[in-house]
Structure formats: C-alpha cells, structure tokens
Design a protein. Structure first.
Length: 95
C-alpha cells in the first residue's frame, strides 16, 4: 500500500453530464473508488472543498453543480476524510 506523500498520477474527474469536477492525484492502480480530500489538486466547481470551511463533515452528500446528481458521499477512510465515489455518475477513471 502506498503512503501519503508518494507521487501518484494526476487524473481529471468529471461527471457523466460532461461537467469537469476536479483534478486529483491518484496513487495506485485500478478504478477510482474514493478521493481523499487532501489529495484534490483543483476543485473545478467548488463542491469538494468549500471556501472558508475546514472540510466537509462525514455523511455530507456531494452533488454535481450542473446536473444535480449525487457524485459522492464524504466518509472517514483510514482516518482521513474522503469522497466515496458514486460510480453511476462519475465518468469511469482507471489507472
């Protein structure tokens, strides 16, 4: 398992409707299942990282700003806040 601080691959995350959501540093192989909030390089729509807030609280649902579909749910994974991806809405990303 790779640890925080190791360089990964920068991927573009987008909604099925075509709205770009974020640039994310993904470490490891396989499809995108979760996005650790501290690994998001650029939040294109402001849905993952809210201005003036520390972070989203656990259980918060994140919706696409364009089509309104649920993109992810915030959960604590391995002691870190992460967005658990809804695979039916986010464009498939595999590394």
């Amino acid at each position: 398992m790779k640890e925080r601080g190791e360089k990964g691959r920068v991927i573009e995350v987008g909604c099925q409707c075509g709205q770009p959501l974020a640039r994310y540093e993904k470490v490891g192989k396989g499809k995108l299942q979760k996005m650790y909030l501290d690994m998001i390089l650029e939040d294109r729509t402001g849905i993952f990282i809210k201005e003036g807030e520390q972070s989203l609280s656990t259980g918060t649902e994140i919706y696409c700003s364009n089509c309104g579909k649920r993109v992810a749910t915030v959960q604590m994974i391995h002691g870190r806040p992460a967005a658990k991806i809804n695979h039916g809405v986010v464009k498939p990303v595999r590394t």
